[in-house]
Design a binder for this molecule. Sequence first.
Ligand SMILES: NC(=O)c1ccc[n+]([C@@H]2O[C@H](COP(=O)([O-])OP(=O)(O)OC[C@H]3O[C@@H](n4cnc5c(N)ncnc54)[C@H](OP(=O)(O)O)[C@@H]3O)[C@@H](O)[C@H]2O)c1
Length: 255
Amino acid sequence: MIQSKQTVLITGGGSGIGLALAQKFLENNNTVIITGRNFSKLEKVKKENPKIHIYQSDVTNDAEVRMLAEDIQQKFDGLDVLINNAGIMNLVDTGTESNDLQKQMEEIEINYNSPIRVLHYFLPLLKKSNNAVLVNVSSGLAYVPFAQAPVYSGTKSALHFWTLGIRPQLKPHGIKVIELLPPVVDTPLAHGADIAEDDNLKPMPPKKLADVFWKDYITGKEEITPGISKALKVMGRLAPKFIFKQLNKQAIPNK
Ligand SMILES: NC(=O)c1ccc[n+]([C@@H]2O[C@H](COP(=O)([O-])OP(=O)(O)OC[C@H]3O[C@@H](n4cnc5c(N)ncnc54)[C@H](OP(=O)(O)O)[C@@H]3O)[C@@H](O)[C@H]2O)c1
């Protein structure tokens, strides 16, 4: 895998895993572009990482993603690495009628529909690259569902299956497809969902996740399973009921 002088786009790169990956690609002399909805957050990242390029762009907005692709083609003369990282996680109690339906639909839109949308608009750019890579950031929960976040788990397993399906389809076009399935990582997403406080799940620092990712990425590994995600993959196949019970001692979220 080519490690430097690539143009890399990371959706949702203004915090957490996306930002740690952005810094890793920057360290290795790549041109890095990050997106997000909150522009002041991106400006703060730009101040601390002057070489990074920032775009306010919502992955759920068709016109914004299309314009982003046009702009990147013009300003950067193409794209080599697309990282579908933007995502949210909601804890949901499905047995409660007062559930926010809109929030659940938004979660599907961001986590599953948007990687499909972003790839659609960037496909022509990737096809022109000699070293094209698509990285989809799903989750270890793609292997074993987390009951407190049922919609999230569904979107991540859907993203996992989509990734498996498109890998052989994109191969003849010279696009390598990689999936990163993180464990619990110490980010705003994990804190918002209260899971970073669970002693059994021991959140991984984002920088460590980026180090593990990079080690596997440069060897061209297709499915990257840091920390507990590797065990979730194996146990999800060997003892699915057991591992489901272990992960879901409390099915209803506290908040
Ligand atoms: N942390 C974990 O434990 C964990 C575990 C497994 C997988 N993951 C996955 O890793 C990815 C990154 O999550 P993270 O933990 O690093 O959380 P995070 O720090 O909250 O990062 C998510 C980023 O996505 C951006 N985003 C959300 N909705 C967006 C939209 N509609 N358009 C553009 N950007 C959007 C957010 O920025 P704005 O709000 O400014 O848009 C934010 O910077 C997600 O796909 C998540 O599911 C995380």
